[in-house]
Design a binder for this molecule. Structure first.
Ligand code: ADP
Ligand code: ADP
Length: 225
């Protein structure tokens, strides 16, 4: 699914070069559930930006589901993002004026899918995350955990090969965070490939494989116990 080789991301700050990523090589296979964990400033956001096709590396290659993405321009990156990746963010990123189902339908609208089919698939996605009885609620009528589950439904409704979750439990209390991790586990069981980025070792420990990043380098890559 993901093949990264010898990737560097260098920020030039005056006379200083900051290696936010320093020669990272990483393979993630289909159907894996991987956590990338590291302290603040270790390069997680930078790696997330690369994995999510939000930015391109300074050097090195990135092949996502068979496509070489390290040399694409902005509009090509946008296209591959829409086709290949479902995003889940710390802050949910839902549109406040839209209902749960309208939020979930958005990626399908971009793909030009008709109203009936959109509705059917969005109801199915919301049922899958346990919100079948909340589809006409707006975000302010839902708890934080429920809002994040709407965001998960939105991420998976277009069946992207990769789900990228950036600190998905960061804004939630422990109990809601556990429920979100449970939902991600269920998606994993159904065959999704999930990459989770977190600074929280307890969250990372719930993945199948844990990759540690420090100073822009992978320092450990192990199966979870
Ligand atoms: P994390 O997400 O793990 O906190 P980041 O990827 O945000 O880490 O940052 C990694 C390193 O790169 C840090 O030293 C940070 O200051 C630096 N960095 C990140 N983004 C930029 C940028 N746009 N310009 C300059 N330096 C940056
Ligand atoms: P996170 O909370 O995900 O770790 P950060 O606080 O590290 O995020 O970074 C937030 C944003 O600021 C990111 O988009 C990152 O690229 C940018 N950034 C981080 N460090 C720097 C820096 N030293 N100079 C400029 N931009 C930075």
């Amino acid at each position: 699914m993901i093949q990264i080789s010898d990737m560097c991301k260098i920020y030039n700050m005056g006379d200083n070069s900051i290696y936010a990523l320093n020669n990272v090589s990483l393979h993630i296979y289909k159907h894996e559930f991987v956590a990338i964990v590291g302290p603040s400033g270790s390069g997680k956001s930078t790696l997330m930006n690369m994995l999510g096709c939000l930015d391109v590396p300074t050097t090195g290659n990135y092949v996502l589901d068979g496509h070489e993405v390290s040399k694409l321009n902005d509009s090509q990156l946008a296209e591959i993002r829409n086709k290949k990746i479902g995003f889940i963010f710390q802050g949910f990123n839902l549109l406040k004026k839209l209902t749960a189902i309208e939020n979930v339908e958005l990626p399908l609208i971009y793909q030009g899918i008709g109203h009936k089919e959109r509705h059917r698939r969005s109801v199915e996605a919301l049922e899958l995350v346990g919100l079948g009885d909340r589809i006409y609620h707006t975000p302010n009528e839902l708890s934080g955990g429920q809002q994040q589950r709407v965001a998960i439904a939105r991420a998976l409704v277009s069946n992207p090969p990769l789900i990228l979750a950036d600190e998905p439990t960061g804004n939630l209390d422990t109990k809601s965070g556990m429920e979100i991790m449970k939902t991600l586990h269920e998606l994993h069981k159904k065959g999704n490939t999930i990459v989770l980025i977190t600074h929280d070792n307890n969250v990372a420990a719930q993945a199948q494989r844990i990759i540690n990043i420090q100073d822009g380098m992978i320092t450990e890559d192990k199966e979870a116990v």
